[in-house]
Design a protein around this ligand. Structure first.
Ligand code: PAF
Length: 279
């Protein structure tokens, strides 16, 4: 695997590649990331991964400085997956001058759910994703459903800008007890790690209730938030939304069985976890 940090060298190395499959990451790779690499391989060749902890998508009180950086272990894992190029730029490589042009996601998609609790987050994500796409020029790019709203926003961005990159969605990779794999799970204490699967259990309770015909969306959301709070979580939201645009379903949507997803974000101790489940 070739490890490249400069954009010019990356372009030279990938010149003429028409079927590149790309997996952008922030490193600290776990089995979930590796499943994205395997899915990428099914959709293209060569597979290119990136590792870049993107300061622009972190809020001032978020974990940019303590975000886990495990570069040597990540390289070993990517080599085993047969990744052709790892693009690992420095901040100077990516932002040699202040990034004044930015991608602004639309309000209804970008300022709800995660966007409401992490102002500026999706502007940071879409700006770096657009820039990485411009560097790698992939035919396909793989994003996990774990970050459901990110996937939707990137997909809509690619469509509206007519990017020549198809966005492929990968299923969430879970531990045996249901906890969605995430780099932030590493922050959990032993006791918090034992409690953490409760978030996914809550999502399942909401989904089961809806499937059983309980269609009072706000009540289901409220009860899920209450149950999490009783267990010691600090929930930001549990929200039942339409899969198509992440907006709340109307009575008409519920009557016509519009495909839904339930999304949640909650803090356990100081660690903020997110998860979702398609209903
Ligand atoms: O999901 C992530 O790891 C990041 O948001 C991404 C897509 C690599 C952009 O920095």
């Amino acid at each position: 695997m070739k490890i490249i940090s400069s954009i010019a060298e990356l372009r030279d190395h990938l010149r003429g590649q028409l079927r590149t499959a790309f997996v952008p990451t922030m490193g600290n790779l776990h089995e979930g990331h590796l499943s994205l690499m395997r899915l990428a391989r099914k959709h293209g060749d060569p597979v290119v991964a990136s590792i870049f902890v993107n300061r622009m998508q972190f809020g001032p009180n978020e974990d940019f400085d303590k975000y886990p950086r495990t570069f040597a272990a990540d390289i070993e894992k990517l080599e085993k997956e047969g990744v052709y190029v790892l693009f690992a730029p420095t901040e100077k490589d990516i932002y040699p001058e202040p990034q004044e042009f930015r991608i602004q996601p639309p309000n209804d998609l970008g300022n709800t759910l995660e966007g409401e609790f992490r102002p500026g987050f999706f502007t940071g994500v879409t700006t770096i994703v657009m820039k990485l796409f411009s560097c790698v020029q992939p035919r396909v790019a793989v994003f996990g459903k774990k970050d459901y709203q990110q996937l939707m926003i990137v997909r809509n961005m690619a469509r509206q800008f007519a990017l020549p990159t198809e966005i492929i969605a990968a299923e969430t990779w879970r531990a045996d007890d249901g906890l969605a794999l995430s780099s932030r799970n590493g922050y959990l204490s032993v006791a918090e790690r034992a409690e953490a699967p409760a978030l996914y259990r809550e999502l399942n309770l909401v989904a089961d209730a809806m499937r059983a015909g309980h269609l009072d969306v706000s009540l289901l959301e409220k009860h899920a938030v209450q149950r999490l709070a009783e267990r010691g979580w600090k929930p930001d939201y549990v929200a039942i939304r339409k899969r198509i645009d992440l907006q709340p379903p109307t009575a008409g949507d519920l009557a016509t069985r519009e495909p839904l997803v339930v999304l949640a974000a909650a803090k356990l101790g100081t660690t903020r976890l997110i998860d979702n489940l398609e209903i």
